[in-house]
Design a protein around this ligand. Structure first.
Ligand code: NAD
Length: 374
């Protein structure tokens, strides 16, 4: 299994494989960069082997599952470096994955064992909630390490990041509408929101407050009803949302929504939403969107509100609501810079964002080395 030569491994500082026989823990912690501060990113708890089981003998499925886990953690950890750099945070990028089904394996004992593994990294990695982990599970990990963030309560706890993510996405949509449609407000702008979960519902509130017309979908009816209880919205089927005739398509559910199959259906002039990993392949779909005159807001730039909200917790500072909001609102300016560079250079917004992030990280590394040499 090639690791060092894989595109995702590029420039990782450290990758640690962890196991604990008693609790069944198998985990990987990837530290992509600590140039800007402690590597910070969520812990994903996922049964990577399950997808292969139907078609392969169990041992082969397990091996492939482990490969998937390695590539997932590397890709996500590099993504966190880019996200944190572009948000102007004092945080580097990292990520961790725990391999297995969280419903079967996610005991407090396993999470405490995982906490001990994080602790061994001495603060170079901070864990947070992600797919498959819950506040309770993180609280169990926090019994054995201080290097966990996004916790509820206490002096420094920052709690649910979703409202901040939604505010950032709303700000980013406004910046994209200004850039592409020349409008200062969303009044009369039609936005199609895919996914009405933690982020999607807060986003709809913001959009309504600004007079936008809303089209929504979700696979859970209760989430649609919660949105309809607060105001008007057109509801479409889950498989139709990306093809709605609208100004903005806002993916707030799944990754990979921008792929060769979906691109031809998109009628929006702007794609701007919270989902992580919207592009199936970096540099391919964003280039295709650019050629079609569709403005794409790079996902990790527009959805950084959540990580912005936990920065203070890593530094054991009391959350300062005004400072945090100011940082979230800067997401709009960052996107405008990316949009302008993309127009000027005739290159995709995703590629421009990656280059800007790499540049910030490279300069931080150089400054660190120079300071150490003094
Ligand atoms: P969530 O799980 O609370 O909500 C996702 C919603 O999408 C759910 O209501 C789910 O029913 C719905 N959904 C799932 N599949 C769907 C489909 N095929 N069609 C339509 N709807 C579907 O998640 P969230 O916290 O709201 O996050 C949304 C996205 O934003 C995710 O990709 C997440 O990784 C990303 N994100 C979230 C945060 C945050 O602060 N929560 C931060 C950064 C990025």
């Amino acid at each position: 299994m090639p690791v060092f030569d894989s595109r995702s491994f590029k420039n990782h500082e450290q990758v640690v494989f962890c196991s604990d026989e008693a609790s069944g823990l198998k985990a990987i912690i990837a530290v992509h960069s600590t140039a800007l501060g402690p590597a910070t990113g969520g812990t994903r708890f996922w049964d990577y082997a399950a997808n292969h089981r139907r078609s392969a003998p169990i041992d082969v499925a397990e091996t492939r599952g482990e490969q998937d886990a390695v590539y997932d953690v590397l890709r996500l950890s590099r993504g966190m470096s880019f996200k944190n750099a572009m948000a102007g945070l004092r945080l580097g990028g990292g990520k961790s994955v725990i391999i297995g089904n969280p419903k079967e394996l996610g005991t407090p004992e396993l999470m405490r064992a995982f906490g001990r593994m994080i602790n061994r990294l001495g603060g170079s990695y901070y864990a947070a909630e992600d797919v498959g982990t819950s506040p309770d599970m993180l609280a169990a990990a926090a019994e054995t390490t201080n290097f966990v963030c996004g916790l509820e309560g206490g002096d420094f706890g920052t709690g649910d990041p979703s409202p901040h993510t939604a505010l950032g996405v709303y700000t980013g949509i406004k910046a994209a509408v200004k850039h592409r449609l020349g409008k200062d407000s969303l009044n009369g702008v039609t936005v199609a929101v895919q996914g009405l979960g933690h982020v999607g519902q807060y986003l709809v509130d913001h959009l309504r407050g600004d007079g936008a017309k809303i089209v929504v979908t979700d696979i859970v009816d209760a989430n649609i009803q919660a949105v309809l209880a607060k105001g008007d919205a057109e509801v479409v089927a889950p498989d139709a949302i990306h093809a709605v005739d609208c100004d903005v398509f806002a993916p707030c559910a799944l990754g990979g929504v921008l792929n060769p199959k979906s691109l031809g259906d998109i009628k929006a002039t702007i794609v701007a939403g919270a989902s992580n990993n919207q592009l199936e392949t970096e540099g391919r779909e964003d280039e295709e969107l650019r050629k079609r005159g569709i403005l794409y807001a790079p996902d990790y730039v527009i959805n950084a509100g959540g990580i912005i909200s936990v920065e203070s917790e890593v530094y054991k500072e009391k959350p300062n609501a005004a400072e945090r909001e100011a940082k979230v609102l800067r997401i709009g300016d960052t996107l405008t810079k990316i949009f302008n560079a993309s127009d000027k250079e005739g290159r995709p917004t995703g590629v421009i964002a990656n280059e800007m992030a790499e540049d910030i990280i490279r300069r931080a590394n150089e400054a660190k080395l120079a300071a150490a040499a003094e």
